[in-house]
Ligand binder design. Structure first.
Ligand code: ACO
Length: 337
């Protein structure tokens, strides 16, 4: 068995910055409410005509990661693309990325695990490398949330949270057994599928019928994200802790070994709660939700890239990525850098 390690990181966010103040023009909300409940000060949203799509943003992040890894697109053996906001119902964004990067006809797998998407994608990529099937795997998380939100007072409980962006990571094969990706934790609990969801149109309520229904019921909101915020919050704080504890235990480590935690940026209060539970100091938890909001599958690779750029990750550091989101799904990856 081989092992895999990170050799390149990249990120991209659209230029347009949307402040909390700007949101007050579209809905009944306030900078104070958003900051107090979530920690978010601004987010980046795509702008009409800026050329950004989910795969285009993923490609921008991927090019940076490739350059930093000293690799060409043709060196990549496989793509794992995590997103809940693909360009199309099908095909997925992974194949569009393969074309944009002018790569050979390598395999491209889309992962649909929402906020946990990048953690799942990382675990999947690692398995391909560990078994020896592939050498270099490109893992991407990219989201355009803004175009699917209800940006009115009706949708304020959800729409103030989400941002757009992309992050990318390149994993490569290593012979070192005690370094690189050492443990993963992946979980799901489908009985709560309806607690955080975009329901329609889909196979359970196909487009034609749904559009007719919408004409007769203009207040229908099934095509917008729905989140039972409090319930999600309560589950998130428990599941985050479990996933982090599980990867530490699988790697034969304890919380004292942890150098840097990169939690999915769902809510600053969730991150602070986890920090307290594990007795971590401020410099041991990386947060950037203040600038970007919740970018779902992109939030961990964007944060990981920023933490690395800021020199917060050193050789041999124990870094844990952890996420919780719609599904419910949750999980963590433990990396010895
Ligand atoms: N501005 C002003 N008031 C608002 C807003 C807003 N943007 N949104 C809601 N309110 C109001 C509500 O109407 C409610 O008013 P009421 O008391 O008169 O009924 C009040 O504020 C409190 O609303 P709550 O929903 O109880 O607020 P809460 O403190 O729970 O915060 C939040 C909401 C931020 C969504 C929080 O619950 C949360 O972060 N949940 C977890 C999010 C998460 O982890 N998601 C997982 C990842 S996402 C994914 O997987 C796609």
């Amino acid at each position: 068995m081989y092992n895999s390690k990170v050799i390149g990181l990249g990120k991209y966010v659209p230029e347009r910055v949307v402040t909390n103040e700007e949101l007050t023009r579209y809905m009944d909300t306030s900078d104070e409410w958003i900051r107090e409940r979530t920690g978010i000060e601004q987010r980046h949203w795509v702008a009409e005509g800026d050329g950004n799509t989910t795969a285009v943003m993923g490609a921008k992040a991927a090019r940076q990661a490739l350059e930093r890894a000293g690799l060409k697109p043709s060196d990549i053996d496989f793509i794992v693309f995590a997103t809940l906001s693909p360009e199309f119902f099908f095909p997925g964004s992974g194949v569009l990325l393969q074309e944009l990067l002018e790569m050979p006809t390598v395999g491209a797998l889309d992962v649909r695990n929402q906020c946990s998407g990048f953690v799942y994608a990382t675990a999947v990529a690692d398995q391909f490398i560990k078994t020896g099937m592939y050498k270099n795997v490109l893992v991407v998380g990219s989201e355009i949330q803004s175009t699917g939100l209800d940006v009115s007072t009706r949708g304020r409980g959800v729409s103030v949270i989400f941002g757009d962006g992309a992050g990318a990571m390149i994993l490569t094969r290593t012979e070192e057994k005690k370094k690189g990706l050492l443990a993963h934790s992946l979980h799901s609990e489908g009985k709560y599928a309806d607690q955080l969801t975009v329901k329609y149109p889909a196979s359970s309520f196909p487009s034609q019928k749904y559009f007719e229904h919408l004409q007769q019921n203009p207040d229908e909101t099934g095509h917008f994200p729905y989140m039972n915020g409090n319930f999600v919050f309560k589950n998130a704080v428990v599941r985050f802790q479990e996933a982090i504890a599980e990867v530490l235990q699988k790697a034969g480590m304890s919380k004292e070994d942890l150098d840097l935690l990169i939690p999915h940026q769902a809510n600053l209060r969730i991150s602070q709660f986890i920090q307290k539970m594990f007795g971590l100091k401020d410099h041991q938890v990386y947060n950037n939700i203040q600038k970007y909001g919740n970018t779902t599958a992109a939030s961990i690779p964007i944060a990981l890239t920023e933490a690395w750029e800021a020199g917060k990750i050193k050789e041999n550091d124990i870094v844990v990525l952890a996420a919780f989101g719609s599904g419910f799904t949750w999980g963590a990856n433990l990396i010895k850098w």
